[in-house]
Design a protein around this ligand. Structure first.
Ligand code: ADP
Ligand code: MG
Length: 399
């Protein structure tokens, strides 16, 4: 893969950078600016090299047409604060204003183009429609840098098609992400422990499939645990349950036993009568959950046991909170696992948007961990062994 150095002297050249600036917003207020911070090094580096930097990114899921609820304006403001210098903002992506800014900007200046998903061509499944939009993006710049790790698994115009139309390189964020994931997939230092949680098993089937072959221990928590407990024939009350995955999950339980992988499920669960921050929590045994309550966290014994397994590892990959960490009463399991990750002697990796938000919300610092991935879906697909279009296109010969 070509890196920024391979693009040569960038002074005076217009460089289009695909960043992942898809931050959570409460109205116009950014509630977690982790992705903006993670995008800074590449943007700064290009600007320091004298490039005219055009940042292209998406926010949320607008329907291929401008929608003020998803403007990148607040993100442009935050980026300017973090850079300590002004950031130009184009109120369109490839229209008159974007073109005017691209042709008038000075060496070293940074501009953000309006939400790329305001254009139907960005996510179109039709190659021609996507290609036509990529042509317009490519016309704004002389080179392309792919630095939005959270989107490299998407075959989209600003990720994939544009990279085939301009001299293209990988940014430092994507490079760092790929290096870490590479360490997790090829000869990880053992013991290798994988902790999976979050809401849905169906989101994580591929990664379970792939890692059940590679990990020494697989710890399961979060909402997905109830499909495992149900597959073992236990009552799970009104907990999250994916009935249609019971057979698949039974298969995993058998596969783990056959392969001698230590599949660890919680032995106790924190339950409550309803999904609410003030619902009274009770701890029960995992094999005797009351039928009228729902499981919202792993219990304290399980949290301690999970933490012990994690601490003994030299490589840990963790994706998905152990409970509903957004509510204090159900954040204990997630906190215990996060704490254990910070204590290991080896590589600890946190993947997943909610998991990253959880560790920050629970008061951990980013550098308490070996790596916090900025891309949930992308990191899972990489670990599943899938080809990521936004990376594959950078392997080819760019023009
Ligand atoms: P990530 O974004 O890190 O991949 P997911 O999106 O898979 O994680 O899942 C995160 C969500 O899972 C959180 O919002 C959390 O509240 C929820 N969750 C965790 N445990 C439970 C549970 N027992 N019941 C319902 N939701 C849960
Ligand atoms: Mg999530």
């Amino acid at each position: 893969m070509k890196t920024i150095e391979d693009l040569g002297d960038l002074r005076g050249r217009r460089v289009l950078v695909r960043s992942d600036l898809n931050v959570p917003l409460d109205g116009q207020t950014i509630t977690d600016d982790g992705r903006v911070r993670a995008s800074l090094p590449t943007i700064k580096r290009l600007s320091d090299a004298g490039a005219r930097v055009l940042v292209v990114a998406h926010l949320g899921r607008p329907k291929g047409t401008p929608d003020p609820a998803y403007t990148l304006k607040p993100v442009a403001e935050r980026l300017a604060e973090l850079l300590g210098s002004p950031v130009l903002f184009a109120n369109d992506t490839v229209g008159a204003e974007a073109q005017r800014i691209a042709s008038a900007m000075q060496d070293g200046q940074v501009a953000i183009l309006e939400n790329v998903r305001f254009n139907a061509g960005e996510t179109s499944k039709d190659d021609d429609e996507r290609g036509a939009f990529a042509d317009q993006l490519a016309a704004l710049a002389d080179a392309f840098v792919s630095d939005g790790f959270g989107v490299v698994h998407r075959k989209q115009a600003s990720v994939y098609d544009v990279a085939a139309r301009l001299p293209a390189a990988v940014g430092s964020l994507v490079q760092a992400e790929v290096e870490v994931l590479e360490r997790l997939t090829s000869s990880p230092e053992r013991p290798y422990v994988v902790v999976l949680g979050g809401s849905k098993v169906s989101d994580k089937l591929g990664v379970i499939d792939s890692l059940i072959e590679k990990a020494d221990s697989l710890l399961i928590g979060g909402g997905m645990v109830f499909t495992f407990l149900a597959a073992q024939g236990h009552e799970v009350g009104s907990s999250l349950l994916e009935d249609d995955q019971l057979d698949v999950v039974k298969g995993y339980i058998e596969q783990a036993a056959a392969k001698d992988v230590d599949l660890v499920l919680p032995t106790d669960i924190v339950v409550a009568p309803e999904f609410a921050a003030d619902a009274p929590p009770t701890t029960v045994a995992a094999d005797s959950m009351p039928s009228d309550q729902m499981g919202l966290d792993i219990g304290p014994d399980s949290a301690a046991a999970f933490a012990d397994v994690v601490r003994s590892a030299h490589t840990v990959f963790w994706n998905g909170p152990m409970g509903v960490f957004e509510m204090d009463a159900f954040a204990v399991g997630t906190k215990a696992v996060a704490q254990a990750l910070t204590e290991i002697d080896g590589l600890s990796v946190v993947g997943g948007g909610d998991s990253a938000a959880a560790v920050r919300q629970l008061g951990f610092a980013d550098d308490d961990f070996g790596h916090i991935s900025t891309g949930g879906g992308a990191s899972l697909e990489y670990l599943e062994g899938k080809t990521l279009p936004g990376l594959a296109v950078l392997e080819g010969d760019s023009p």
